[in-house]
Design a protein around this ligand. Structure first.
Ligand code: HEM
Length: 284
């Protein structure tokens, strides 16, 4: 009996001790939890990430003046912008560093120069004004953007033509996207046309200029049953043309209407080249 009371007393003592210790540590535990919480936040996707991770990974929203400071000098990284998206290209310092071939692009959005190849004059009013570019050029710019997304680090958005102060796409941006979509549709149509009307053989000589002609393997190199006749093929919205081989059965319609039975692609006969000529010559 006495042993049982002693046991109970021991248990009671242990409970009291645990309660006192818990009381003492509560403040410590709370402080630790608070300290931990201060270093961690929820990101836009609702995940808890450290502040350092957030700073390194969250998209930046830069003004043109801020972007211009990321020029690789005084230990700064090298940034450039394309279609309003900012990339860290420090890894490509041999191209973008001071005095290097493509330093022109650094610290600014000079999207148009990716197409024009004009790296001398920088006019902030026009350097990123891409709406008057040709459809194929818009596709070319999108390829450059894909290149930077793949090869370099996306940092965020540039406030200006493509993004507003809240980082939302501007009306201009929406117009650009609509034109880009049209360019993609036009290219898909041309690709489809290319399957139907394969490319011509082409050669150039000083004496005769450019010569175009069709063979049963011209275009994609695959043998086909017909040879065809060379015609200029214009993709919608573009003034430049490619040479396409048109089967004889469609020649009359194409030559009178300028277009094939289906699709928007426009055909034109070569100047000074008769309707059934096997080859045509022209000078640019
Ligand atoms: C519209 C005209 C042009 C533009 C916008 C342009 C742009 C560029 C850019 C941005 C890079 C750096 C790519 C990177 O970050 O890795 C580059 C690299 C290069 N470009 Fe151009 N370029 C143009 C024309 C030319 C021409 C005409 C030549 C040749 C005569 C040329 C030769 C090169 C070479 C050799 C490299 C380096 C490739 C390497 O080391 O990986 N570029 N170009």
């Amino acid at each position: 009996m006495f042993g049982f009371v002693k046991h109970l007393f021991k248990l009671q003592f242990l409970f009291i001790l645990a309660a006192v210790l818990a009381g003492l540590y509560r403040t410590e535990i709370k402080q630790f939890a608070n300290r931990h919480a201060a270093n961690y936040v929820d990101n836009a996707d609702g995940e808890t990430v450290s502040l350092q991770f957030k700073a390194a990974n969250e998209a930046m929203l830069l003004t043109p003046a801020e972007l211009s400071k990321y020029n690789g000098e005084d230990g700064q990284p090298i940034y450039l912008a394309l279609l309003g998206s900012v990339f860290d290209v420090t890894r490509g310092i041999k191209h973008y560093g001071t005095g290097c071939s493509y330093n022109f692009f650094v610290g600014r959005d000079a999207s148009v120069a990716f197409i024009s190849g004009e790296f001398e004059e920088y006019d902030p009013q026009t350097a990123d004004d891409v709406l008057s570019l040709k459809p194929n050029d818009l596709l070319g710019l999108a390829n450059w953007k894909e290149f930077y997304e793949k090869e370099y680090i996306y940092k965020g958005k540039l406030i200006g033509r493509f993004y507003d102060e809240q980082g939302e796409p501007t009306t201009y941006h929406h117009k650009y996207l609509a034109l880009f979509e049209q360019a993609q549709i036009a290219k898909a149509a041309v690709d489809e046309m290319r399957l139907k009307y394969p490319g011509c053989n082409i050669e150039w000589s000083e004496a005769k200029g450019t010569r175009v002609w069709c063979t049963t393997t011209s275009g994609d190199g695959k043998e086909r049953a017909w040879t065809g006749y060379p015609r200029k093929l214009f993709s919608p919205g573009n003034t430049n043309f490619n040479c396409a081989c048109v089967p004889e059965s469609e020649l009359d319609q194409i030559d009178t209407e300028g277009k094939a039975a289906h699709g928007d692609a426009m055909f034109k006969a070569y100047d000074n080249c008769s309707s059934r000529a096997k080859e045509c010559f022209y000078r640019v």
